[in-house]
Design a protein around this ligand. Structure first.
Ligand SMILES: Cc1ncc(COP(=O)(O)O)c(C=O)c1O
Length: 397
């Protein structure tokens, strides 16, 4: 199929939930993608913060091939080994005592929502079921997760959503104090809001949330689906804030491009969950959990995390050399960067793509950079130079 045929077939066959640019990607290698015409692109998006090890990592491929030849799926009704080995790693490296595996970020948050409600009911009574979430927060698209997601464009066509969710301004601790009631069972927050425009939480905010949750007997759920697993230069984004949650959700990079979600919990949450409370046919499958071990073992290396932090610094320095016309704030945490423009960034994405650089947005006016975590300083600098070439195009908008 040539690119036009692919686009026509997509237009005819797929439910139109996405608008895609014209290249048809057929192959990836490291930080580069190649389209069906052979054109090479520097990948500053990593499939929305997913391919942390880049494309076609040889160790990841060997593990996937080896596991596929042994066992891919038996369902959660039976014992297998790779999910245990992955859970051992996640528990040993975090606050958590136990893990529930699923297939996506949305599902990880659905599980967090259900576990929090069950904890609230069982520990404090049937009234304690409400959740506080934040403006600009994004937690997914199914009913529970969508109910925690702030953007009205995503919510309104599908009302009514799950009841009992209150939105509070992000980074406003006083507002959370005012919003908490005896009905509140959990607060859910992204330490660095990704989809909402790359907004890091302030230290006083996250630390204050932790204290407030302790005082009010409310669970703190951290959604680290986009910002966790090395993206910020720390294994867990919350490490930089000196706090730990009661529940943490992971997904995107965990299996290096295969679908996975993980809900990490303390024993105090887990011991109220019983057989049959939640489930998942594909979650915790041997193939995906073997792939995730490779990713985890690499991104959790201190030297890997140190490289992310120092490469992030060089990226920010290079971005600061860009002409400031149209550019407002540059917000970042490690290799998750948002550049706020005073105009829509879509034309910039388009011209970068034409010049062989893949970047994405986070809202209409924010350009988001979230490359594979293995990217080198030279590759980062090359990408920034392509952006520099694209900027004059904004003048003609
Ligand atoms: C912070 C956060 N939570 C949840 C999700 C939903 O994850 P998924 O698309 O894997 O369902 C996303 C996806 O962008 C996200 O960034």
């Amino acid at each position: 199929m040539n690119p036009e045929e692919v686009q026509e077939a997509e237009n005819d066959l797929l439910v139109p939930t996405y608008k895609r640019p014209s290249p048809v990607f057929v192959h990836g290698e490291g930080v580069f993608l190649f389209d069906s015409t052979g054109k090479k692109y520097l990948d500053f998006a990593s499939g929305i913060a997913v391919t942390a090890l880049g494309h076609s990592d040889s160790e990841w491929i060997s593990a996937v091939v080896d596991q596929a030849q042994k066992l891919t799926h038996v369902s959660n009704l039976f014992h297998t080994i790779p999910h245990v080995e992955l859970a051992q790693r996640l528990v040993a490296s975090s606050f958590a005592d136990r893990v529930f595996f699923s297939n996506s970020g949305t599902e990880a948050n659905e599980a967090a929502f259900k576990f929090a409600r069950k904890w609230g009911r069982m520990k404090h009574g049937a009234e304690k079921t409400d959740i506080i979430a934040f403006t600009n927060g994004f937690h997914g698209r199914t009913y529970g997760a969508l109910s925690l997601t702030h953007k009205s464009k995503y919510r309104e066509p599908f009302l009514p959503l799950v009841a009992g969710v209150t939105f509070v301004p992000f980074n406003d601790l006083d507002a959370v104090h005012r919003a908490v009631t005896s009905r509140t069972c959990a607060v859910i927050v992204e330490p660095i809001q990704g989809e909402g425009g790359v907004h890091p939480a302030s230290t006083t905010f996250l630390q204050g949330l932790r204290s407030l949750c302790n005082e009010q007997e409310v669970l703190l759920i951290l959604d680290e689906i986009q910002c966790g697993l090395g993206r910020t230069g720390y294994l867990w984004a919350h490490e930089a804030y000196g706090i730990t949650p009661d529940i943490m959700t992971l997904a995107k990079p965990l299996a290096g491009g295969l679908p996975i979600g993980a809900t990490l919990v303390t024993e105090g949450v887990s011991n109220l969950i019983e057989v049959g409370d939640h489930g998942c046919t594909f979650g915790a499958g041997p193939l995906v959990c073997r792939a995730a071990q490779v990713v985890f073992d690499r991104v959790s290396q201190p030297s890997f995390l140190e490289a992310v932090r120092s490469n992030a610094e060089s990226l920010i320095q290079a971005l600061q050399s860009l002409p400031t016309h149209h550019i407002g704030e540059v917000r970042s945490a490690g290799l998750l960067v948002g550049i706020e423009f005073d105009v829509p960034v879509q034309p910039l994405l388009q011209s970068a793509m034409e010049r062989g650089l893949i970047v994405i947005s986070a809202g209409e006016n924010v350009l988001r950079i979230c490359p594979p975590l293995i990217i080198s300083p030279v590759q980062l600098a090359n990408g920034v130079e392509i952006l520099r070439e694209c900027l004059p195009g904004l003048e003609t908008q």
